[in-house]
Design a protein around this ligand. Structure first.
Ligand code: PLP
Length: 448
């Protein structure tokens, strides 16, 4: 049975973001079930998931109340379009809930199926906004080196990771990047003010170079996720917002990973006290129990796109599964679990165990840096702690670490440049962290 599945997978299933030939040789790791923070694979091995699936199962697996919410909605109404003035009850309630729990600048919600199409929708709304505003030259977008904003045709260009560009003719000519606030690898990285000042200066200079009349928006993640869990200093996000406001460009915060309790507050924007013009969310919105994302926007952006009341043309953007009622019902229950089910509170309570566990590994000969905020963190491996030199790619260390971790029954993300990413679920207990760090240490010792 297992061999059959592996064979069928190799033959037919195109997986996201892998080397196809390597996969044909290796075959899939097939996960069968999940409970709390633990997964069971098809061979019956129990694994500690320290990555919440793909930074999304923030609640942990197997929440019966989420299953019940989905079942009930499926029985009552499995689908309702949001097109042509139709709506479903959970979609409306969810839109109102999101406005309630996100920064007060965000007053309207458009639903997508995930993060990439939320980012793509944001780009399309921004283009429409500036055309509607009578500023049609404002069409250039700025994002950050190592940033990740999904894999859609336009969003993948805001993403600044080479594999998403190579052979895809990206980035587009209107997509620009500024340097990443990568404290560990900056000469002045210990000086938070200097890191912030440098990012602000880089944004101003990039806008200057392009011409402010041509720049539409700046996109950023509060903590860069897929680019290696790079945690900017506190105050960085606020400074970037102030800079955007000063320059007259839109400030777009991509909270697809950082949202829904991941960094200690419901949203990272809340901790940093920022008021974005637009925000994208997904992942923790439904905790991965069903696909859903959203782009949220200020009243000003919304009203400008809506135009005057005499304008009868529809705004031509939407998807069949925008605001899917089953996903919306799931999201409502997931948010209830964060707020009233104690998950956000637990995440805050256990975050120190996570931070201490990462910091303790700084003693390990391979670990050059340990960084985290809330339950999002990373270890950066180096072959020389003084020079911070990275391991030679020919050693294939990331692959070796992934394989060793799996044998040690723990799952985390082993990035190409020796960064290990962690995103434990908000339901983790103190004892889960003890197991996690024992297994991570064993894994590092084995590849040493
Ligand atoms: N934006 C950020 C910050 C992300 O981390 C991701 C996915 O990891 C996306 C957008 C794209 O989301 P999705 O994979 O749901 O399309």
């Amino acid at each position: 049975m297992q061999d059959d599945l592996i064979e069928l997978d190799k033959r037919y299933y195109i997986h996201p973001v892998i080397n196809y030939h390597a996969h044909e040789k290796r075959g899939a790791t097939i996960i069968k079930s999940g409970d709390g923070a633990y997964l069971t694979d098809i061979e019956g091995n129990t694994l500690l998931d320290a990555f919440s699936g793909l930074w999304c199962v923030n609640t942990g697996y197997g929440h019966e109340s989420i299953v019940e919410a989905a079942q009930e909605q499926m029985r009552t109404l499995p689908y309702a379009t949001g097109y042509f003035h139709f709506a479903s009850e959970p979609a409306i309630k969810l839109a109102a809930k999101l406005v309630e729990i996100t920064p007060s600048s965000l007053q309207h919600v458009f639903f997508s199926m995930g993060g990439s199409d939320a980012v793509d929708s944001a780009i399309r709304f921004i283009v429409h906004y500036f055309n509607s505003l009578g500023k049609p030259t404002k069409k250039q977008f700025i994002s950050i080196e190592r940033g990740y904003h999904g894999s859609s045709s336009q969003g993948a260009g805001l993403t600044a990771l080479p594999v998403f560009h190579n052979n895809f003719d990206l980035p587009l000519p209107n997509q620009h990047k500024i340097a990443c606030p990568y404290s560990y690898r900056l000469a002045h990285g210990d000086d938070a003010d200097a890191v912030i000042t440098e990012s602000v200066a880089a944004l101003k200079s990039k806008v200057d170079e392009i011409g402010v009349d041509n720049v539409a928006a700046f996109f950023c993640e509060p903590i860069i996720g897929s680019g290696g869990v790079i945690v900017p200093p506190k105050g960085w996000l606020k400074a970037m917002q102030e800079c955007c406001n000063e320059l007259g460009i839109l400030f777009v915060v991509d909270e697809v990973i950082t949202g829904f309790g991941r960094t200690g507050t419901m949203f990272a924007s809340e901790a940093e006290d920022v008021q974005p013009d637009l925000m994208t969310v997904a992942k923790g919105l439904t905790a991965g129990y069903a696909p859903m994302g959203a782009v949220m926007m200020s009243d000003h952006v919304y009203q400008t796109i809506a135009g005057s009341e005499s304008n009868s043309a529809p705004v031509g953007h939407g998807f069949t599964y925008s605001a899917h009622p089953v996903s919306a019902a799931i999201a409502l229950e997931v948010i209830r679990l964060y707020e009233e089910g104690g998950l956000l509170e637990n995440a805050q309570k256990v975050a120190p165990f996570f931070e201490q566990g990462l910091q303790a590994l700084l003693d390990h000969p391979l670990v050059g840096d340990a960084r985290s905020r809330g339950l999002l963190g990373a270890l950066e491996l180096v072959c020389d702690k003084q020079t911070k030199a990275q391991f030679d790619p020919s050693l294939k260390l990331p692959e070796k670490i992934s394989d060793a971790a799996y044998k040690n029954r723990v799952i985390f993300r082993s990035f190409a440049d020796g960064i290990l990413g962690f995103a434990p679920a908000l339901c983790y207990r103190e004892e889960d962290f003890a197991i996690l760090f024992e297994r991570v240490k064993k894994t590092l010792d084995e590849v040493l």
